[in-house]
Design a protein around this ligand. Structure first.
Ligand SMILES: [Zn+2]
Length: 250
């Protein structure tokens, strides 16, 4: 059982004036709504030996970061990477003095406490939300930071083990006690799923037809998808037909 993740109905890439100059951001389209989904829905189906090309790990590994349209397609399908919760823990509400409330956000691996207004400027979130979920819903991600995180994920030779995951006991809809995995972000979930594939009998291959990476536990799989499989078979039979015709003509 996995914890849920939320994405907005739609995202756009927008130039935003910041104190560091104009920066491109991936931003939620206002009033496009929120969609809650289970992390498991974006991973392979239980027991499946082939990894669907539209699941999170192949999508992230193959994402062309130089193509903004491809980035938008990705976030519209999966949501943002969750760089804010990936890099920082939950904000804490502290009351100082009489009425002033300050929120500090500790960095995950650092000792530093970040000033919330710095983090707010980086991720453009609305501090006036009622709770952490409201805050997360209003978050945008700097396009350059998004690309860097994707490129780091794609650097399979320097694979980073999953971080930002928790195991806990939860009660499911049937009232049974179950083990629940939760992730702080989509990025952490993707690292976890990649780890899981590499620890099980999945392997990473490159499609000779479209050069995309694919994951499979089928030893004889050559191509990334049925589409490339079919295309290659058709090309081969066309070639064979051509050769037959040539032989007949000569
Ligand atoms: Zn292919």
């Amino acid at each position: 059982m996995f914890h849920k993740w939320t994405r907005c109905g739609e995202y756009k890439i927008e130039q935003v004036k910041t104190d560091r100059g104009l920066r491109s951001y991936i931003r939620p389209v206002p009033d496009s709504g929120f969609i809650k989904y289970d992390f498991m829905d974006v991973h392979r189906k239980q027991g499946s030996r082939r990894m669907g090309e539209n699941t999170i790990v192949p999508s992230l590994v193959n994402l062309d970061t130089s193509n903004e349209k491809a980035i938008l397609n990705f976030v519209n399908q999966f949501g943002l990477l969750g760089l804010l919760p990936y890099n920082y823990l939950e904000p804490m509400l502290l009351e100082l003095g009489t009425e002033r409330k300050l929120i500090f956000i500790p960095e995950r691996r650092g000792k530093n406490i970040a000033d919330v207004s710095e983090v707010e400027r980086e991720y453009l979130f609305a501090l006036n939300g009622r709770n952490y979920t409201d805050l997360i819903h209003s978050v945008s991600e700097p396009l350059e930071e998004f690309k860097k995180a994707v490129l780091r994920f794609q650097d399979l030779n320097n694979h980073v083990s999953a971080v930002g995951l928790n195991r806990g006991i939860a009660v499911n809809d049937n009232g049974e006690w179950i083990l629940e995995w939760s992730f702080d972000s989509l990025l952490s979930a993707a690292y976890f799923f990649l780890d899981e594939c590499l620890l099980s009998n999945f392997w990473i291959g490159t499609c000779p037809r479209c050069s995309k990476y694919f994951l499979s536990s089928v030893k004889t799989q050559n191509y990334c998808s049925r589409r490339c499989d079919d295309a290659e078979r058709k090309a081969k039979s066309r070639q064979a037909l051509k050769e037959r015709v040539i032989i007949r003509i000569t």
